[in-house]
Design a protein around this ligand. Structure first.
Ligand code: HEM
Ligand SMILES: *[C@@H]1O[C@H](CO)[C@@H](O)[C@H](O)[C@H]1NC(C)=O
Ligand SMILES: *[C@@H]1O[C@H](CO)[C@@H](O)[C@H](O)[C@H]1NC(C)=O
Ligand SMILES: *[C@@H]1O[C@H](CO)[C@@H](O)[C@H](O)[C@H]1NC(C)=O
Ligand SMILES: *[C@@H]1O[C@H](CO)[C@@H](O)[C@H](O)[C@H]1NC(C)=O
Ligand SMILES: *[C@@H]1O[C@H](CO)[C@@H](O)[C@H](O)[C@H]1NC(C)=O
Ligand SMILES: *[C@@H]1O[C@H](CO)[C@@H](O)[C@H](O)[C@H]1NC(C)=O
Ligand SMILES: *[C@@H]1O[C@H](CO)[C@@H](O)[C@H](O)[C@H]1NC(C)=O
Ligand SMILES: *[C@@H]1O[C@H](CO)[C@@H](O)[C@H](O)[C@H]1NC(C)=O
Ligand SMILES: *[C@@H]1O[C@H](CO)[C@@H](O)[C@H](O)[C@H]1NC(C)=O
Length: 337
């Protein structure tokens, strides 16, 4: 098992590999697989693909800013379950159980229609070529950029799974009730460092969360700003209103910036797990110090966010002849006749 520092070294090596488009390093199979992705994958086979995705994301976000947040979260929930293989997009059918009804996903994930729309455009343009997993990765990148965040080059060539895992979706995605140790464990399972946990949590700089997920915090937690708690209690009554929404970051709800971290300093994190990053001293204050650092340095946050997103986007992809290119992102291809 690699240590924290060698993992970040690996992150660097990987980027170098992508830049040079060829490299032979003493790599494990996982590392080799990620180097099978490259940023020019569709340049010959579907040259307009990235423009189509960018344009569709831009329109969807312009119509509804929240969609940018929803698309970012879709990619996260894809990659943390079986890797970035579009398993999250598969519908339940009579003979197939997908991930859409897991506890973290049910009545919560959104953005599927935007992905469907992009996919149908790409199928018309270059049939059977662009994977749903790549669409998710690029749409997340474009969403973040549309909402004022950083931009990064997305390595491409992921293939789509023919399987999904309801069980892993329930076990591998972190929950808002988590304490710091649980969060660290969940991210470590995916080979992320404690620092990267803090960085990726900045995804909660955009988007909405339902009352049911922050009720205990605003009524019972002690590490919360009282004025802030009272305001949120109006939207989230002690009983009822489970599905009422509130912004994660009430300062700038749809701007991918560092105000999420500034909020934590003032005990204005809306979910228990996010506030843990600042409150909890159990890592010799590693996470607390990282939160303080990001609250002061927007540029560093954005740079680190781009790096961590890139790393998330290459979690155990299917490549080569593994998996398939789905025709419809919601369904495994019918067996060829
Ligand atoms: C650290 C552990 C995490 C926990 C416990 C967590 C939990 C949650 C919860 C409970 C919601 C609201 C769901 C609902 O109300 O239906 C949510 C929404 C969201 N999460 Fe996370 N999340 C985590 C990490 C992340 C990461 C790493 C990202 C992306 C980099 C992310 C991006 C988002 C976004 C953008 C939304 C809002 C989606 C929308 O408005 O449609 N989250 N998360
Ligand atoms: C990108 O990867 C694909 C599949 O591994 C490969 O066919 C293609 O030649 C690569 N492109 C470059 C520029 O290396
Ligand atoms: C625009 O956003 C609204 C929600 O704000 C949604 O109901 C509608 O379907 C969206 N329209 C398009 C064209 O995406
Ligand atoms: C599942 O059922 C559908 C019809 O409902 C059928 O088209 C498909 O081939 C079946 N898939 C499998 C894997 O049996
Ligand atoms: C800090 O985290 C530990 C382990 O995750 C947990 O047991 C403890 O209750 C947390 N402390 C506070 C003050 O939240
Ligand atoms: C984490 O790293 C180990 C060792 O390199 C690898 O076997 C495993 O597949 C990685 N897990 C993920 C989720 O990337
Ligand atoms: C707050 O804590 C009390 C006592 O432990 C409990 O009865 C109550 O249900 C909790 N309230 C919420 C909203 O979680
Ligand atoms: C939240 O839910 C409650 C109970 O369903 C409702 O009365 C209230 O108007 C809602 N508040 C907001 C701000 O939507
Ligand atoms: C964390 O440490 C600080 C002192 O550095 C202390 O004031 C604070 O109470 C501690 N927090 C918890 C939850 O133990
Ligand atoms: C690497 O890719 C091969 C096929 O390209 C696949 O069989 C194997 O499972 C992949 N390994 C990992 C760790 O993703």
């Amino acid at each position: 098992m690699a240590t924290t520092s060698s993992l970040s070294v690996f992150g660097f090596k990987l980027k170098l590999c992508l830049a040079l488009l060829a490299c032979v390093i003493g790599a494990t199979s996982a590392e080799l697989n990620t180097t099978q992705l490259n940023t020019t994958f569709y340049d010959k086979t579907c040259p307009g693909a990235l423009d189509v995705i960018k344009k569709a994301v831009k329109e969807a976000v312009k119509n509804e800013s929240r969609m940018g947040a929803s698309l970012l979260r879709l990619h996260f929930h894809d990659c943390f379950v079986q890797g970035c293989d579009a398993s999250v997009l598969l519908d339940d059918t009579d003979n197939f159980t997908g991930e859409k009804n897991s506890f973290p996903n049910a009545n919560s994930l959104r953005g599927f229609e935007v992905i469907d729309n992009i996919k149908s455009k790409l199928e018309k343009m270059c049939k059977g070529t662009v994977s749903c997993a790549d669409i998710l990765a690029v749409a997340a990148r474009d969403s973040v950029f549309e909402l004022g965040g950083p931009k990064w080059e997305v390595p491409l060539g992921r293939r789509d799974s023919t399987t999904a895992s309801l069980a892993e979706s329930n076990s591998d995605l972190p929950a808002p009730t988590f304490d710091l140790d649980d969060l660290i464990r969940a991210f470590h399972e995916k080979n992320f460092t404690v620092k990267e946990l803090v960085t990726l949590s900045g995804g909660h700089s955009i988007g909405l969360v339902r009352c049911r997920f922050f009720r205990t915090r605003i009524y019972n937690d002690s590490d919360i700003n009282q004025k802030f708690a009272k305001e949120r209690q109006v939207e989230c009554p002690f009983e009822g209103g489970d599905n009422n929404f509130s912004a994660f970051d009430s300062a700038t709800p749809f701007k991918l910036d560092n105000s999420f971290y500034k909020n934590l300093l003032q005990q204005k994190g809306l979910v228990h797990s996010d506030q843990q990053l600042f409150t909890n001293n159990s890592t010799d204050k590693t996470t607390k110090n990282q939160v303080i650092s990001y609250s002061r340095d927007m540029g560093q946050f954005k740079k680190d966010f781009a790096d961590a997103m890139l790393k998330m986007s290459i979690i155990t992809p299917l490549t080569g002849s593994a998996g398939q290119i789905r025709q419809n992102c919601r369904l495994v291809n019918p067996p060829s006749t």
